[in-house]
Design a protein around this ligand. Structure first.
Ligand SMILES: C[S@@+](CC[C@H](N)C(=O)[O-])C[C@H]1O[C@@H](n2cnc3c(N)ncnc32)[C@H](O)[C@@H]1O
Length: 499
């Protein structure tokens, strides 16, 4: 399936990736707007009330310090990211591209954030292009973005307690980044190396930003001035919550609820697996890849599949760049003041990764495949390739869940196993596309999902429900709980599933 991207497709990739990077870069500005709003409300208080809440100005300074810590991580992550394209190149905006962009943006902007469920829709491949995926067969993992060590251009910094009093300009963001006070809680966080510059303001911001050498070009400068829709920055906030779910000890309870039953089930179905010839497992919608990593450690040649650039940039960083457990710090709960039991909980630092992927004991053949599940795995080369398909909080991301199920059935070997866990919170329900048109969204009941699966030769072996959360702050006063469906189905070898 070797195919070169058309210029329009490539331009779309570039535009989409620029948009994602802009959202990451604008995180601290957006956060600063929030903090300013909170400060303005505080200032409106009459003096007696202000006095009662006299700790709040210090809290706002602390919040700015936390924003700086989060932003430091973001910059380091962008610095470590090798863009698959030269992002500095001019992208034509002819009508063909605009039309395609409209379609693409409809994916970008139909981002669903129901309660604590956060997901976003992008298709583009930092690790590997969709076009290359035919080479990405189980056990031929070298082309598939395997975990690999990289030399990290970072240095350890010191720590002090206080935070800056405002982030009023681009310059201030960098001052915060350069300020060792950003590194609350000791020397666990790392700071990207910054050179001294004699420039000021935005110029300095851009100069430093350019050091985030995603492709070593000036492309970051215009991206800093791009208007970033608030929804895009929300995706960055959601990624920070996803880090907690997948890579911190604070996420252990959620992983125990979601990932452990899947891992146990895989362990039971493949009792005689060997490291020499490990069974092949694919995890569509792999998010930040913890589940795929755990499946690999369990002795499977595992491939995660993901199409969100937000997710891919971050999982690349965690899988390929982190060098030790608990190397990085973030403050995941600073994005809202609502339902907080205490300021201390809101400002909490969490460290990641709780498990260092590079020393976790992964099995040969671990890879991440970037691209839309439907586009990638409906290719004929994928037919009957997989011993197991694992979907966790994924099947309801479909425009057409029937298509997902059909593909899952087709890519499984006869006797292969589909393990699923998740709700049916259809992501495109009520969605309006970027162009204003309504999105296709086939929303069927669990009963119908099982009937469709049976039609494609997937035979139910085990079924139950599991109570769980998704990227929850377990210390918050509000919790969204799912009664998620969990099942194991086996592909009936006698049923025809070819296209
Ligand atoms: C709700 S998240 C679940 C992530 C992960 N499985 C977990 O349990 O934390 C759904 C994931 O599927 C990804 N996704 C949605 N549609 C996709 C598609 N068509 N192809 C590949 N990934 C997709 C999203 O980007 C997102 O990372």
């Amino acid at each position: 399936m070797e195919r070169t991207m058309t210029p329009v497709e490539q331009a779309l990739e570039i535009k989409s990736l620029r948009r994602v990077i802009s959202a990451y870069l604008n995180y601290s500005f957006a956060m600063e707007e929030d903090v300013k709003r909170w400060e303005r409300s505080y200032e409106k208080l009459q003096s007696a009330h202000k006095e009662l809440l006299s700790h709040l100005p210090q809290k706002y300074r602390d919040l700015r310090r936390c924003i700086g810590v989060n932003f430091r991580f973001i910059m380091s992550m962008l610095q470590a990211f090798d863009a698959p394209f030269d992002l500095s190149q001019d992208v034509d905006t002819d009508s063909q591209l605009d039309a395609a962009q409209t379609r693409r943006n409809s994916l970008d902007s139909d981002y669903v954030c129901h309660a604590s469920v956060c997901d976003e829709v992008h298709t583009y491949p930092p690790f590997e292009t969709t076009e290359q995926v035919s080479n990405c067969q189980p056990n031929s993992s070298d082309k598939c973005g395997n975990i690999k060590a990289r030399v990290n251009d970072i240095q350890l910094d010191g720590a002090v307690q206080d935070g800056p009093s405002s982030i009023s300009s681009a310059d201030e963001v960098l001052n915060i980044m350069d300020d060792p006070r950003c590194l609350q809680d000791g020397a666990k966080a790392y700071q990207p190396r910054m050179e001294d510059t004699r420039t000021t303001g935005t110029e300095k911001m851009c100069q430093n930003a350019k050091k985030v050498s995603i492709c070593g070009m000036d492309f970051l400068d215009p991206m800093l001035h791009l208007h970033v829709p608030p929804a895009d920055v929300d995706k960055v906030r959601c990624i920070i919550r996803n880090i907690v779910r997948d890579w911190t000890k604070e996420g252990a309870k959620e992983r125990e609820q979601c990932y452990k039953p899947i891992l146990e089930e895989l362990d039971n179905w493949f009792p005689n697996r060997s490291r020499e010839r490990p069974p092949c497992c694919v995890v569509p919608g792999a998010g930040l890849s913890r589940l795929a990593c755990e499946i690999s450690c369990l002795g499977f040649a595992c491939q995660g599949n993901e199409f969100s650039y937000y997710m891919l940039i971050c999982s690349n960083f965690i899988l390929n760049v982190t060098q030790a457990p608990l190397e990085w710090a973030i403050h995941p709960w600073i994005h809202s003041n609502c339902n907080m039991i205490s300021d201390a909980i809101q400002l909490q630092t969490v460290y990641f990764p709780d498990l260092h992927p590079g020393s976790a004991g992964i099995t040969d053949g671990f890879s991440m495949c970037a691209g839309d599940f439907v586009e990638v795995y409906s290719h004929s080369s994928q037919e009957g390739m997989w011993d197991a398909v694992v979907t966790c909080f994924f099947i309801d991301t479909a425009h057409n869940i029937v298509e997902y199920i059909e593909i899952i059935a087709r890519i499984l070997k006869p006797g292969g196993v589909w393990i699923n866990l998740g709700p049916l919170l259809y992501h495109f329900a009520d969605a309006i596309s970027y162009s204003g048109e309504e999105e296709m969204s086939v929303e069927i009941s669990l009963e119908d999902v099982k009937r469709v699966a049976a039609h494609y030769g997937l035979v139910m072996q085990k079924e139950k429900t599991i109570e769980t959360t998704y990227t929850a702050n377990l210390k918050s006063m509000i919790q969204t709980r799912y009664t998620a469906a969990f099942w194991t189905m086996i592909k009936d070898g006698n049923k025809q599933t070819s296209q």
